[in-house]
Design a protein around this ligand. Sequence first.
Ligand SMILES: [Fe+2]
Length: 280
Amino acid sequence: MKKTFPAEFADLLTPKGRRILEGRDRELTGALLDPERRFVALQGVIDPRKAVACRDALDAALRDTLVSMEDPIPHDSISGMTMNYMELLPKTVRVRTALLESRRSRSYRAAEAVGLTDMMRSDSFAAFAAVVSGRTLRRKWGIQVLCYGPGDYTGPHNDHHPEEPEARDGYVDMHVSLTMPGVEHQYLVYAKDGHLSELTKVSTVGGVTVYRLPFWHYTTPVVARRGAEASARRWVLLGTFLDAAPGARASSTIVPAGAPGARPPARVATFGSGGGAGRR
Ligand SMILES: [Fe+2]
């Protein structure tokens, strides 16, 4: 099978995307160092024709290899209440995921065949997250592929990991959205000043969102265009990056472009082990 995804994320980018990657965009370089700014949603950074080609290759290769991930509202969340107004909602979700942890899984082999795993492990994939977050990141990062179909969603949650020393002070996620034409919309809703009042459309083709977690957010259910339910899927390529430890060796880190000690984004694919951070 032809590897539709380029070996380097950089090769998906438009001139605007390259400027960001190289640390030449004043507004976006280090944008997430501002504690008020928890994420940025970028459009026009991935070449639209390449995004469509990659999306279609991904959909054809992976759609029959996915596994369901489902955490519904607990059945006793209402009947078990003993006091008014004391309801608690844990994170609820319904989505499908490609298992990329095991090299022997069908998803892994399909993702490898279209070039997806190489691209998500390329230096420039992490370098993009590093430059927008403004942080030096650990070279081993987690990769994940999610697929939202009609009615799939994620309920309110904050992605805080207080039990993990490496993540409890915050970490960085980067998502690339590859949405099929059958999707009418899906939104990310997020908190501002203590209210879930803000929203941004995430059902894009080649939109990139970079997050400094934790913060409160949820994703609305995918709504299909009428008659297009069978092909209404939003794919998300997801990288999870931990901050590099202070004093970590340069070889184990990705330094944001423009920062002292930064190297120019690599042009050659690297084959790291991935699977570092990971979360769900
Ligand atoms: Fe989340």
